[in-house]
Design a protein around this ligand. Structure first.
Ligand code: NAD
Length: 476
């Protein structure tokens, strides 16, 4: 085992659990990395009680005092960039470059929290002679964050710095498939000066999530994962009157118009479909090829051939994921799709224990095929042919999801019509992965998001606080 068995991180220290454990193997090469406890409801109780006890002191600090911790934490993320990237690469399977990009994004998210003293200025007005009204943003109490396997560092940082800097304390449940970076982040937060008990990591699976949803002392939670689980978590958490925001899966459509710039579009589409081995909720799943664009399709295939498993294309998370993705490809072929590039059966010399799928492109996919609607979550691009922009927009609108939608064109009117009519929370115009940079918030629509608002950016300030309105009159 490369690393020591993991424990929960409660009250500023690694804390053992009597629970059963799960072995963690690396998708890169099958190496046994560590093991993780599948914590019990009692462990959740302990973590919540610890966070509850830490709340009064932490929330009693000024915002500026709390942000001092995050200035130091931001620098620790930078100082430990290589180590964190290595852990992310080993536990998730993405390339070192993609792992570094994740840590850099976590730094950017932490910087927004550091800027809070310049943003949360509150409001105050003399509303009638001698009467003042003011608004303060107060923290909620103990909150929780539950995350998926595909971004072990970035997605937790969508919420950790903002929720904590705004005065809440947290119980964090990372994906049991990628638990290593969570404990390292907890150690770095402690090193940055975060008081014990403010941030607690509780490892586990479904039963831990359900215990979090049911716990009456948790006031709010964010969840990120697949749509069926996001729906279940949203329903269960709100049934105990929590504030909840649950981000779900995606099936993003990239519309390619005949006037699109060829090389830019082709490399962008290939990178969007295959980056992070297609395990991104912002990945291109479907390219809608409008009219005569065979010259662009040819280039997408050429660009995708340059993506080599184990080199510039990482592993998928597990053998189960590899089987599932390859099954989708086979099923699409049987249903009539044309396989332009076939990534099934990929292996990497020297890394035979790894789980790789090569870049795959399927042409002539039709709306009735399984692959046209299922979330494949692998480096697989389906091409659906459309006659005109309206047909392409109708295809996008028919998807129950709504994370990203993209158009490639050189015509401003076309871009504008698409941006107006696409049913998605994040629109790209000649941008294949239109993730908004902070402080523009991240958030989809439809079955990609349950709850109100975005998970990052300015909206998250509202999510993690409650407004206190104070009316004062001082009699002379
Ligand atoms: P997942 O839904 O299987 O797991 C997410 C979290 O929920 C994990 O912590 C897991 O332990 C827990 N969980 C799993 N099953 C559960 C259940 N039945 N009840 C309660 N909790 C449960 O997701 P995943 O496979 O880890 O991640 C991939 C998914 O996440 C994809 O669908 C992807 O699109 C989605 N995702 C969405 C966004 C977004 O912002 N919309 C971002 C990243 C990933």
């Amino acid at each position: 085992m490369k690393y020591a068995p993991l424990e929960n991180f409660i009250n500023g220290t690694h804390t053992s659990s009597n629970a059963a454990t799960l072995e963690i193997t690396s998708p890169v090469n099958g190496q046994l990395l560590s093991s993780v406890p599948l914590s019990s409801t009692d462990d959740v109780q302990t973590a919540v009680a610890t966070a509850q006890a830490a709340f009064a002191t932490w929330s009693g600090l000024t915002l500026r005092q709390r942000c001092d911790v995050f200035y130091r934490y931001r620098n620790l993320l930078q100082d430990n960039l290589d180590e964190l990237s290595q852990i992310c690469h080993e536990e998730n399977g993405k390339t070192i470059g993609e792992s570094k990009a994740e840590v850099l994004k976590a730094i950017e998210l932490t910087e927004l929290a550091c800027a809070l003293p310049n943003i949360v200025t509150g409001e105050s007005l003399e509303v009638s002679p001698g009467f003042d009204c003011s608004i303060q943003q107060a923290p909620l109490g103990v909150v929780s964050c539950i995350t998926p396997f595909n971004f072990p560092i970035m997605v937790p940082h969508w919420t950790i710095p903002m929720a904590l800097a705004l005065g809440n304390t947290m119980v964090f449940k990372p994906s049991e498939q990628v638990p290593l970076s969570a404990n390292r982040a907890a150690e770095l937060l402690t090193e940055a000066g975060l008081p014990d008990g403010v941030f607690n990591v509780i490892h586990g699976d479904r039963s831990v999530v359900e215990a979090i949803c049911d716990h009456n002392d948790i006031r709010a939670l964010t969840f990120v994962g697949s749509t069926p689980v996001a729906q279940a978590v949203y329903a269960r958490a709100t049934s105990t009157f929590k504030r909840a925001l649950a981000m779900g899966g995606a099936k993003n459509h990239l519309i390619v118009m005949p006037d699109a710039e060829v090389q830019h579009t082709a490399s962008n589409v290939a990178a969007s479909a295959c980056g992070c081995a297609g395990q991104r909720c912002m990945a291109a799943a479907t390219m809608v090829a409008v009219g005569e664009v065979d010259h662009i399709v040819d280039q997408v295939v050429e660009q995708s051939k340059a993506l080599v498993p184990g080199d510039n294309l990482g592993a998928v998370i597990s053998a189960n994921a590899k089987d599932r993705i390859e099954h989708f490809i086979t099923e699409a072929e049987e249903q009539g799709a044309t396989v332009l590039l076939d990534g099934r059966g990929a292996t990497v010399a020297g890394y035979e224990g790894g789980t790789y799928v090569g870049p795959t492109i399927l042409d002539n996919v039709t709306a009735d095929m399984t692959i046209a609607s299922a979330e494949v979550f692998g480096p697989v691009l389906s091409i659906i042919r459309a006659n005109d922009l309206k047909e392409a927009i109708d295809l996008e609108n028919a998807s129950p999801y709504g994370n990203a939608a993209v158009v490639y064109t050189q015509d401003g009117q076309v871009a504008r019509q698409f941006a107006d009519q696409a049913s998605a929370g994040m629109i790209g115009v000649n941008v294949g992965v239109p993730v908004p940079r902070e402080p523009f918030g991240f958030g989809g629509w439809n079955d990609s998001r349950f709850g109100v608002g975005d998970i990052t950016g300015r909206g998250s300030i509202q999510f993690w606080t409650q407004a206190k309105k104070i009316t004062s009159h001082w009699v002379e």
